[in-house]
Design a binder for this molecule. Structure first.
Ligand code: MG
Length: 214
């Protein structure tokens, strides 16, 4: 039961004032006590479930080369070309991690998992995403939705979109309906169009319910 609107923090005080006013009314006007009770209940529910939201964006590029495996969105794509990388080169997960970290101003994937470290050499990017999720959850946040756009000239990614959404949703522990993955070519323009590289844009929205006494 996620709320789609965000009530600014400053409204909290107004809510408390209204609550006190309603409470006074409740004491004084006994004839209307049932109505007043209901109104107090609704206002109190509003006070305890104020939602804070944060948005982040991520961007990543990897060069492509013949004969390397191609991982995108946690799924291996059948392809004669793959990403050159220190990790498994899952450029979609990297952009997504940057969007998630960006939403909380926690830096970027390079800061948390440096490509100079042997620990992350050839690492499955799904593990990196799971670690980013831990960081987010430790701060009390959850993912509302994400939207990822992969720009790649070839191969065709359409058959892999649903498996990518399902894979990412499972790691983030949300419904695939909250995970959008889109693929586009660049009409053979630029480095993407020449299949020299793959670039990914990602946006993530995070939410956190704030209680009255946070
Ligand atoms: Mg990367």
């Amino acid at each position: 039961n996620l709320r789609t609107s965000c009530v600014p923090k400053k409204l909290k005080l107004n809510h408390i004032v209204v609550f006190l006013f309603m409470f006074e009314e409740h004491l004084l006007i006994t004839l209307r006590w049932q109505t007043a009770n209901l109104r107090i209940l609704f206002i109190f529910v509003e006070i305890i479930s104020i939602m804070d939201i944060r948005i982040g964006n991520g961007y990543d590029v990897h060069a492509l080369a013949e004969g390397l495996p191609l991982w995108l969105g946690g799924v291996q794509v059948e392809s004669p070309i793959g990403c050159i990388a220190h990790s498994d080169g899952d450029v979609a997960i990297h952009a997504l991690c940057d969007a998630l970290l960006g939403a909380l101003a926690l830096g970027d994937i390079g800061k948390h998992f440096p490509d100079t470290s042997d620990e992350f050499k050839g690492i499955d990017s799904k593990i990196l995403l799971a670690r980013v999720m831990e960081l987010i959850e430790n701060e009390g946040w959850y993912v509302v939705n994400v939207d990822i756009t992969i720009a790649m000239q070839r191969p065709k990614l359409a058959p892999y979109i649903v498996p990518m959404r399902e894979c990412l949703a499972e790691i983030m522990e949300i419904s695939p309906a909250r995970v959008s993955v889109k693929a586009t070519t660049t009409e053979k323009l630029g480095f993407v169009g020449r299949s020299e590289g793959c670039e990914v844009y990602a946006v993530a929205l995070l939410g956190r319910e704030e209680g009255l006494f946070d």
